[in-house]
Design a protein around this ligand. Structure first.
Ligand code: SF4
Length: 153
């Protein structure tokens, strides 16, 4: 489960000039103008934030998927919501890594790629089990696991 970054303040990022490399590398799909999102899908209105073209190695292959964060608690709870409809529509075409308040981290995939979702889920569980206090975060930020994305600078 993700938590609010401890460097976030009322004006935005309090360490913007020195923000970690993972923050510098992040590109919001809506801000970039990805065709899968409409103008009204701006993260603060949709309740989701997306990153496309995220890749992960799976054996010899590099799997590309769409990363989706539920940024407003409850955005995915309403069965009639635009957010849920968008996740369902995208998962019919691409593998999805969804991090939601209720769901935790889950992988979704089109029927012909369900084996990838199963394998990525299995590895995500293995990563969670393997993370001990002091371990480096698997995101590659160079920070220890419990400090990365957990609110400590
Ligand atoms: S996630 Fe990164 S860019 Fe955002 S507030 Fe935290 S340190 Fe700053």
């Amino acid at each position: 489960m993700f938590t609010r970054c401890g460097n976030l303040c009322a004006e935005g990022c309090s360490i913007y000039a020195e923000r970690p490399v993972t923050c510098r590398a992040f590109v919001c799909a809506w801000l970039r103008g990805d065709a899968i999102l409409a103008d009204e899908d701006r993260p603060d209105q949709l309740g989701l934030m997306l990153e496309t073209c995220v890749s992960e190695r799976l054996g010899e292959a590099a799997i590309q998927y769409v990363q989706i964060w539920e940024t407003r608690r409850g955005a995915l709870d309403d069965v009639d919501s635009r957010a849920l409809a968008l996740v369902e529509a995208l998962s019919e075409r691409w593998p999805i890594r969804l991090q939601g308040y209720q769901t935790g981290t889950v992988y979704l995939a089109p029927p012909h790629m369900e084996h990838l979702a199963d394998e990525l889920s299995r590895r995500a569980k293995a990563t969670a089990v393997a993370a001990e206090p002091g371990d480096s975060c698997p995101c590659g930020s160079g920070r220890v696991f419990e400090a990365c994305h957990g609110g400590e600078s």
